[in-house]
Design a protein around this ligand. Structure first.
Ligand code: ADP
Length: 207
């Protein structure tokens, strides 16, 4: 069985700025891995490299044995909250549905009934069913993160990457989000980026 993630001697530069130098990481399928580190330490860059969103300067990245561009369909991603424009006029349900959008199809793409059912079920799972029709600008930080998790799950991922999913989140939502991730970790590989050490150290399987 191939590793979920296999990174060897990876370096990534933004122009002249090194974001990652000579990083190696192996993640087994089924692992729940926490990545801790200071701001600017390259954690987000590492996740974006696993997604194939950032050009690799040197080294290799394999995800389920393939290049990231090939394995992309199996990877769910919860980006950092502050990387998103929350004023965009779209509803919670529509955001989750975008997780069902497939690449390389016609501009007249329509969601299937199954897509809608999956999105509905995921909203239920993350506890946002009642907020389905709400504009995303009206969500709290915790509700917004749960919505992003539902969207990431809509791709039916084998690997889920979460970038600071408890930043800007109230304590109750934070506990709910960690419970949800814990539950998800039984059925998929998880990499969780955080600097919330106390909150996760008792939860993740490896740090
Ligand atoms: P972390 O997630 O651990 O805070 P990042 O991966 O965001 O770290 O950043 C690693 C380094 O790369 C930092 O020095 C940051 O300033 C730089 N960096 C991140 N994104 C960009 C970008 N889009 N353009 C230029 N530099 C970047």
């Amino acid at each position: 069985m191939s590793l979920a993630v296999n990174i060897e001697n990876l370096s990534v530069y933004y122009g002249q700025t090194p974001a990652l130098t000579n990083v190696s990481l192996e993640v087994e399928q089924g692992e729940y891995l926490g990545l801790l580190g200071p701001n600017g330490g390259g954690k987000s860059t590492l996740l974006r490299t696993i997604l194939g969103l950032v050009p690799v300067s040197s080294g290799t990245v394999r995800v389920f044995g393939d290049k990231p561009s090939k394995s992309r369909a199996h990877v769910g991603y919860v980006p950092q909250l502050n990387s998103i424009d929350r004023r965009f006029p779209i509803t919670v349900f529509e955001v989750v549905l975008t997780g069902r959008m497939k690449k390389g199809i016609s501009p007249f793409f329509r969601y299937s009934r199954e897509d809608r059912e999956i999105a509905e079920a995921l909203l239920e799972k993350v506890g946002l069913r009642e907020l389905k029709a709400r504009r995303i600008s009206e969500l709290s930080g915790g509700q917004f993160q749960k919505m992003l998790i539902a969207r990431a799950l809509a791709v039916k991922p084998s690997l889920l990457l979460l970038d600071e999913p408890t930043a800007s989140v109230d304590a109750a939502s934070r506990d709910q989000i960690y419970s949800l991730i814990e539950e998800l970790s039984r059925t998929m590989t998880i990499i969780l980026v955080t600097h919330d050490l106390l909150a996760v150290s008792s939860k993740v399987h490896r740090l």
